[in-house]
Ligand binder design. Structure first.
Ligand code: FES
Length: 105
């Protein structure tokens, strides 16, 4: 097992990133030159990098409740720019509310 990196499987893109341990997920993805997660403000304000963590452990910096509620957190949603992987992860990207289907009237 490689302890210097965390393996991040982005399931909806069927691709894998290797993130240096201790880096934030979004930062690590950008350092790999990949675009598997949407990038916005990089500081938790815009919600563009919203992901769902399906398995694995993370440390999280404070996230705006308007982008990730307590209920969302319990379901695995997080902002990639605020997440520091602690183990290998399986995630889904593209969970920004701006790009999700909204009911039509
Ligand atoms: S990039 Fe804006 S909240 Fe993460």
């Amino acid at each position: 097992m490689d302890t210097e990196f965390c393996r991040i499987h982005v399931r909806n893109r069927d691709q894998v990133l290797l993130i240096r341990r201790g880096d934030k997920l979004l930062q690590g993805m950008e350092q790999c030159g990949q675009q598997l997660i949407r990038v916005g403000c990089r500081k938790g304000g815009c919600g563009l990098c919203r992901i769902r963590i399906l398995s694995g452990e993370v440390a999280c910096e404070k996230m705006s409740r308007c982008h990730v509620s307590a209920e969302d957190r319990a379901l695995g949603y997080a902002l990639a720019c605020r997440v520091i992987p602690q183990t290998d992860l399986v995630i889904e990207s593209d969970h920004c509310r701006l790009f999700q289907n909204t009911p039509t009237e």
